[in-house]
Design a protein around this ligand. Structure first.
Ligand code: HEM
Length: 140
């Protein structure tokens, strides 16, 4: 059972991370599009569907299955696990921030530059690398 749950946890992680890397990339192009243009309206639809259809559901599944693994496999013990949960909290905070940016774009009140979204785009990648090292290598 544990191994099955872990397999579904990793599938949910892949879907969440794919969206967390793609959404800010869409915003890089959206920030450069003219307000009211066809491109801008298309980006709004793409952002909303990615967020509601994949990103938020996969985050919820990742959390539920991850917490089950942490409880049943490790009794919530281990420095690596505490470090991992802390980093996933930060990742979830960025998720929440991106929800706010999707709303800002939807209401045509984005004031942030394409460069800003390019920088934000790197943060989930760095966190993901640290999280995977913690859970696979378990260095402490
Ligand atoms: C709060 C959310 C999370 C919790 C509590 C959690 C907890 C866990 C636990 C306990 C395991 C099993 C480790 C083992 O059996 O050795 C696991 C596996 C794994 N987790 Fe998470 N996880 C969470 C979110 C994430 C995220 C966000 C990522 C990636 C960005 C991730 C990536 C992985 C990977 C790749 C594995 C498989 C590791 C292996 O089989 O060696 N997890 N997770």
């Amino acid at each position: 059972m544990y191994e099955w749950i872990k397999a579904f946890h990793v599938m949910a992680v892949i879907a969440w991370m794919a969206s967390m890397l793609y959404l800010p990339r869409l915003m890089v192009y959206h920030a450069e599009a003219q307000t009211g243009s066809i491109q801008s309206e298309t980006f709004k639809i793409m952002e909303r569907r990615l967020l509601k259809g994949i990103m938020t559901p996969s985050m919820i599944v990742t959390w539920i299955l991850g917490l089950y693994l942490a409880w049943s496999g490790f009794g919530f013990k281990g420095g690596w696990l505490h470090g991992k949960i802390l980093l996933v909290f930060i990742l979830s905070g960025i998720h929440g921030y991106l929800v706010g940016r999707v709303r800002a774009f939807a209401e045509d009140r984005n004031l942030k530059s394409a460069r800003f979204y390019r920088i934000i785009n790197e943060v989930p990648a760095v966190l993901m690398a640290l999280i995977v090292i913690l859970v696979v290598v378990k260095p402490f």
